[in-house]
Design a protein around this ligand. Structure first.
Ligand code: ADP
Ligand code: GLC
Length: 492
């Protein structure tokens, strides 16, 4: 089986969030199941410098004919190479991709030409298979940036070469739909008839994700609970009707994690290794984290961490509201994040108000994220919504107990430490339901109580979390089954 996996970010070439981790790990797990996977992504500045620094061998090639995108002509070039058992093809176009950030300018505003940037990306992927390689059995497109692939296959690229090729769209986050003013429709190169409410039109605007949902042969979300939630008004972000209309082809497949990249037994970013059998290294990591962030080094303090995009989705304001209510407890908070300027400022204010108890690092810092996962006792994820969430699974693997709102993938992966679940050994964190600081504070208090008052039970919970299998090896099989179903349904 030959799969083209198309994603706008892939770790280690580029990353703003969890999609990059998924796009790095899932193709590898599929390759191990015998699938021939080619991963496509734009060659951003970060990717070009990663390739240069790591001295990656590879070929570059330019197609003879440029593509017309709106009023501009663009050469179509690729850089291809093998890495970690699969083939990668990076689409080169310095005019569109050689920029400091992936999607936004230095002021945090979306680049004005994003519709053109990702129309070009999708078309370059399809052109690759028209000119350079046999067509794949299936295009696995991710999020709005790749959502035009299913649309093109049924319109501009309805080509005999793709007659047996199927498409799957994975929605990682309905909060990002690729919405553009109507005048941007022309850059897609699609026939005007598709600017229609039954296709890409959405209340007078162009909605790329909607187009992908309508035209893909199947749609997945990144957790089963999110697949249900997106069909409701509360979570559908205006596309719940579209989701309901296409529910016959919608399923939820839980993300996995890269258990090699995230492994407390061999994490190069941590000063000490540890396993479920010997947690001494975890205590050393806690000490190192407190030292590094200038917090009092106290082994018995309840140290909670948060690693997050600072965005309304993540419920960060609940952390700001909850922390002052924990004054009577011996709690330290470490927060690593970047994003909305207002939330960054609030985070700094919290650290200034509690210099002995709160440390805030604004920025994107992969090594520090690993150290927090290892050094903290618990990890906070009070998300307003969470399609899957990866940090709670990284935390569990590092014996760091998630305290999470029961929504989306968090509801599927974090099972509340009720007395009953603790007794059965099925607890894997603390959850709360209503989105408010009161319920969140209660969940943190319950966790702290267990940590301080029942260290043996707490340790058993740590060990049990570390033993949960979130590996992609298991979860990739669900994708393989879906690919097989889609290919079996092809007309012969
Ligand atoms: P989302 O994709 O919605 O941001 P996920 O939990 O799926 O949420 O994935 C987030 C990923 O990004 C995780 O790998 C997390 O460790 C990482 N991350 C988020 N913010 C930061 C940051 N400031 N520094 C380092 N890593 C971060
Ligand atoms: C999105 C979601 C997150 C999910 C990630 C990877 O960014 O916000 O919940 O884990 O995609 O699928």
């Amino acid at each position: 089986m030959r799969i083209a996996y198309v994603a706008s970010e892939v770790h280690p070439f580029s990353k703003t969030g969890g999609l990059a981790d998924v796009a790095a790990a899932l193709p590898g797990a599929l390759a191990e199941l015998g699938v021939e996977v080619t991963v496509f992504s734009p060659c951003y500045r970060s990717a070009a410098s990663w390739l240069a620094v790591h001295d990656m061998p590879g070929e570059e090639l330019t197609l003879p004919n440029p593509l017309q995108i709106g009023t501009s002509r663009h050469d179509v070039s690729y850089r291809f190479f093998e890495y970690a058992g699969r083939r990668a093809v990076l689409v080169i176009n310095p005019r569109l991709y050689d920029r400091s950030e992936l999607y936004v300018d230095d002021n945090g505003r979306d680049y004005a030409d994003n519709a053109a940037r990702f129309s070009f990306f999708c078309r370059a992927v399809l052109e690759y298979y028209l000119h350079l390689d046999d067509p794949p059995d299936l295009f696995h497109a991710n999020d709005w940036q790749a959502a035009l692939i299913p649309v093109y296959l049924k319109s501009l690229y309805r080509h005999p070469r793709f007659i047996h090729t199927r498409s799957l769209l994975t929605v990682h986050n309905l909060g990002y739909q690729g919405l553009f003013p109507a005048d941007q429709f022309s850059v897609t190169g699609l026939p005007a008839a598709l600017f229609d409410p039954a296709a890409l039109e959405y209340w007078g605007q162009v909605n790329l994700l909607k187009g992908g949902i309508v035209f893909a042969d199947a749609v997945t979300t990144v957790s089963p609970t999110y697949a249900e939630e997106v069909q409701t008004e509360g979570f559908g972000m205006g596309l719940d009707g579209v989701m309901r209309a296409h529910r016959h082809k919608l399923t939820g497949i839980l993300n996995g994690i890269d258990t090699r990249e995230w492994d407390p037994a061999s994490d190069p970013h941590c000063p000490a290794a540890y396993t479920a059998d010997n947690l001494a290294g975890k205590r050393a990591c806690k000490r190192a984290l407190q030292q590094r962030l200038g917090l009092p080094v106290r082994p018995r303090t309840f140290l909670v961490g948060a690693i997050s995009r600072l965005d309304a989705q993540k419920g960060i304001e609940l952390i700001f509201e909850a922390f002052p209510r924990l004054a009577s407890l011996d709690v330290q908070l470490v927060l690593l994040g970047s994003g909305a300027r207002a939330l960054e400022a609030q985070a700094r204010d919290l650290a200034a108000a509690y210099p002995q108890r709160v440390a805030v690092v604004i920025g994107f810092d992969e090594p520090l994220a690993h150290l927090i996962e290892a050094g903290a006792d618990a990890l906070l994820m009070p998300s307003a919504y969470e399609p899957c969430g990866l940090n709670q699974m990284y935390s569990q693997r590092y014996g760091t107990i998630p305290i999470a709102r029961a929504t989306g993938g968090l509801a599927d992966t974090v099972h509340d430490a009720s007395a009953e679940r603790l007794a059965e050994g099925t607890a894997s964190g603390f959850t709360f339901h209503a989105f408010d600081a009161g319920h969140f504070t209660d969940a943190i208090r319950r966790a702290a109580r267990l940590y301080f008052d029942e260290p043996k039970v707490w340790n058993a919970l740590v060990v049990r979390c570390m033993q949960i299998d979130h590996s992609w090896a298991k979860r990739a099989r669900a994708y393989l089954r879906l690919y097989e179903q889609l290919l079996a349904a092809r007309p012969s």
